[in-house]
Design a protein around this ligand. Structure first.
Ligand code: FAD
Length: 426
């Protein structure tokens, strides 16, 4: 595996834009129907790139919510550094500019024999191909004492919206000097650096507003993503405020006591003023219920087309997919969705199939002015997806470099959400 220089990283993010430019079909080539389940990052991107590249394919995007609030940047929101509105996006441009039929409903089931998608409200939509992007579900069975009802007292805040609002309110009303306990999940889970970014930004909030407060991270793991960068930043920005306890130290998380707001580990019980429990994860419920998931809890896919290995004609993108080395991130969901859209167009029209370009770019905030990044390119290999090149920020970079990364992150957010929800001209 090769490591990128910062200059090469810049070139690679340019390549991401080019990777989005797929085949554009002539009007007469197809009248096929594609139904996309889920209007999150994977689903919205797939719908947009199908519509933009093959205008005669009829595309229906089914999503229950009228708006989508991004998880990325939600840690900034929780720390009081941006508004929820600034992270919320509608589907109007996808409908109006790209002619996508946006239906606000839930998909109840796919019938692969009749080739229909059944909506919760009753109607059945015929399809030639389905793209499924339901995101994650929480495996409550794997964490004693914590369930759906408990999330109203101890939020997971791992989907953005009401959960992130609840966590922010709890932090705002917490007395100075309290302990914020964050339970970090086992691998694999949505966005590997995000629990530790959350701890960093909440420490920043405490420093400004509740300086006697502390953060305790109880981890289900013994190490975590970009650990050296976080430990260095916690020492520089928040000395003595954040304590990270790995599973080998506590003996692992055993149970949550919602009434006591405490976390029981094998060695000790930790009481919180505010707790944030991020449970173990698996593919979204829809994937579980429609035969798309294997014993791993995730959806096995063909690494070139993202077609399910269990259900022909149904493609799975985003966090729900089991995609080799690719982490569960929004950038990955977007990258997979583009590759999947072009593979579907090729299959439906008999046009030439292009090898997919797959990428991840991630910005992580250590403080509002100190951000790190990584960029990874992947390729399908040996029946799975492997890392080819990567760039990752290093400990001891200059303050200016980190400040620059924080500024880039803001531009990345704007460009990325435009790419996904269609505001930019294509
Ligand atoms: C705190 C945090 C910070 C993060 N930061 C970053 C970051 O900086 N960069 C990054 O790249 N990623 C980040 N991520 C990860 C990113 O948010 C996810 O990887 C991404 O949202 C996955 O996209 P998805 O389309 O698979 O799922 P989602 O975006 O969750 O979308 C799933 C959609 O499917 C819909 N749905 C579910 N079931 C049905 C059904 N039956 N019928 C119809 N619709 C349905 C849901 O309503 C939802 O809109 C972060 C995540 C968290 C939690």
């Amino acid at each position: 595996m090769k490591s990128w220089t910062r200059r090469e990283f810049g070139r690679s993010t340019g390549a991401i834009v080019l990777a989005g430019l797929g085949p554009r079909l002539a009007a007469s080539e197809s009248k096929a129907r594609v139904v996309v389940v889920g209007g999150g990052i994977g689903g919205a991107t797939a719908a947009k790139y199908l519509a933009a590249s093959a205008r005669t394919i009829e595309i229906t995007l089914v999503e229950p919510n009228p708006n989508y609030t991004t998880c990325f940047f939600s840690n900034l929101y929780i720390a009081g550094l941006c508004s929820l509105e600034s992270l919320t996006h509608g589907y109007e441009t996808l409908a109006q500019r790209y002619g996508i039929n946006v239906v606000h409903d839930s998909v109840a089931a796919v019938d692969p024999v009749a080739k229909t998608v059944g909506l919760k409200s009753g109607p059945k939509l015929p399809y030639d191909r389905v793209v499924v992007a339901p995101g994650i579900a929480f495996n409550y069975e794997a964490l004693a004492g914590y369930d759906e009802a408990a999330t109203q007292v101890i939020p997971h805040a791992w989907n953005a919206g009401s959960q992130t609002q609840l966590l922010r309110r709890q932090l705002e009303s917490m007395e100075d000097g309290g302990v914020f306990v964050l339970v970090a999940p086992p691998n694999p889970f949505r966005c590997p650096p995000a629990p530790y970014e959350r701890a960093s930004l909440i420490a920043y909030y405490f420093k400004q507003h509740k300086p006697r407060s502390r953060i305790l991270i109880l981890d289900a793991k013994d190490s975590f993503n970009a650990q050296d960068l976080f430990l260095d930043a916690w020492e520089r920005h928040y000395r003595g405020m954040i304590e990270w306890l790995p599973a080998q130290f506590t003996g692992g998380i055993k149970a949550i006591d919602v009434k006591e707001r405490s976390v029981k580990t094998a060695s000790e019980t930790f009481k919180a003023a505010v707790a944030n429990v991020i449970p173990p994860q698996m593919a979204g419920q829809f994937a579980q219920q429609n035969g798309l998931v294997d014993q791993s809890g995730w959806c096995p896919i063909d690494p070139i087309t993202f077609e399910s290995k269990l259900q022909p004609g149904i493609h799975v993108v985003g966090d729900a997919s089991s995609a080799g080395d690719m982490p569960k991130s929004a950038f990955v969901a977007n990258s997979q969705a583009k590759a999947c859209a072009f593979a579907i167009i090729a299959a439906l029209t008999g046009s030439e199939r292009q090898p997919p370009h797959l990428f991840n770019t991630c910005y992580t905030f250590l403080s509002p002015d100190d951000a790190v990044s990584n960029a990874i390119s992947f390729k399908p290999a040996a029946g799975t997806i492997k890392i080819v090149d990567n760039f990752v920020s290093q400990v001891h970079e200059s303050a200016e470099t980190r400040h620059q990364a924080a500024r880039e992150a803001q531009s990345w957010y704007t460009a990325f959400t435009r790419d996904t929800f269609g505001y930019a001209a294509f």
